[in-house]
Design a protein around this ligand. Structure first.
Ligand code: ADP
Ligand code: MG
Length: 214
C-alpha cells in the first residue's frame, strides 16, 4: 500500500512554491506571535528565506529531490536569521536525503524524509518536547506518523493524523514556560502564548497535506 503511493518532483516543487506563499500570508501573524514572547521577527525571517528560495527555484528544477532540498535548506540557512534559520535550513537540507538522488519517493520514503528533518532540528537545537519550541509540534507529529504506518493506516489518513498531531503539539506550547530560545528569559510571562516556531512548523506540515489532497 505505501510502496504504491508515490510523490513525484512536481508535488515537491508545488509544495515549495506553496510554502513560500504561505509564509507571505502568515508573515504578520507569525511576527505578532514572536512579538509576544520573542523579538518580532519570526515571520519576517521566514519570508526573507523563502523569497530567496523562490528566486533560485527555476535554476533547481532539474535537480533530483536530494539535491533540490539541499539547495532549499542552504538558501534558508544563508538567509533566515535567528534560531529558526539553522533549524529550518537544516531540516530541509536533511529532508531530501532519504530520496536517494531520485525524482520520486513512495510514502515510506516520504515519512523517512520528515524523520531525518525532525531529528536534525532536535540534534541541532537540543530542545525536547515541553521546551516550548517547534519540537513540541514536530516530535509528537512524527511519532504519530510512524504509529499510523505501524498500524497500516492508509497514506492520506496517516498524513492527516500527522498534521493533526502537529496541531495538538502546537497548542501544547500555550500553557507552558520556555526552556529554550528567546522566550526563556520571560519565565512565567511566556505562559498563555503560542510559540511562533511551533506555529510555523504546523503551517509547514499543513502545506504538504494540502498538496496531497490536490
Ligand atoms: P529568534 O528567536 O532567534 O528571533 P525566530 O524568531 O526566527 O528566531 O524563531 C523563534 C523560534 O525558534 C521559537 O519560537 C522556537 O520555536 C524556535 N527555537 C528557538 N530555539 C530553539 C531550539 N533550541 N530548538 C528548537 N527550536 C527552537
Ligand atoms: Mg524571533
Amino acid at each position: 500500500m505505501y510502496e504504491n503511493y508515490v510523490l513525484n518532483k512536481q508535488y515537491f516543487i508545488q509544495v515549495i512554491k506553496d510554502l513560500a506563499a504561505m509564509v507571505e500570508e502568515q508573515r504578520d501573524y507569525l511576527t505578532k506571535l514572536d512579538a509576544e514572547i520573542g523579538d518580532s521577527d519570526h515571520g519576517i525571517n521566514l519570508t526573507i528565506g523563502f523569497r530567496e528560495v523562490m528566486k533560485k527555484l527555476p535554476e533547481w528544477e532539474n535537480e533530483d529531490l536530494t539535491s533540490l532540498f539541499k539547495k532549499v535548506g542552504m538558501a534558508l540557512l544563508g538567509k533566515v536569521g535567528g534560531a529558526a534559520g539553522p533549524l529550518y535550513g537544516g531540516l530541509f537540507m536533511k529532508f531530501g536525503e532519504p530520496a536517494a538522488n531520485k525524482d520520486e519517493v513512495n510514502f515510506l520514503e516520504f515519512a523517512e524524509m520528515f524523520k531525518k528533518g525532525v531529528e536534525l532540528v532536535e540534534s541541532r537545537g537540543k530542545a525536547i518536547v515541553g521546551d516550548k519550541t517547534m519540537v513540541d509540534t514536530l516530535r509528537p507529529a512524527l511519532d504519530k506518523l510512524f504509529e499510523a504506518i505501524d498500524n497500516e493506516v492508509k497514506p492520506l489518513e496517516a498524513f492527516e493524523q500527522f498534521v493533526k498531531a502537529a496541531e495538538v503539539g502546537r497548542d501544547s506550547t500555550i500553557p507552558i514556560v520556555a526552556r529554550k530560545g528567546r522566550a526563556l528569559r520571560l519565565g512565567e510571562r511566556a505562559i498563555g502564548h503560542l510559540d511562533p516556531g511551533a506555529t510555523s512548523s504546523h503551517l509547514i506540515l499543513s502545506v504538504f497535506l494540502d498538496n496531497l489532497k490536490k
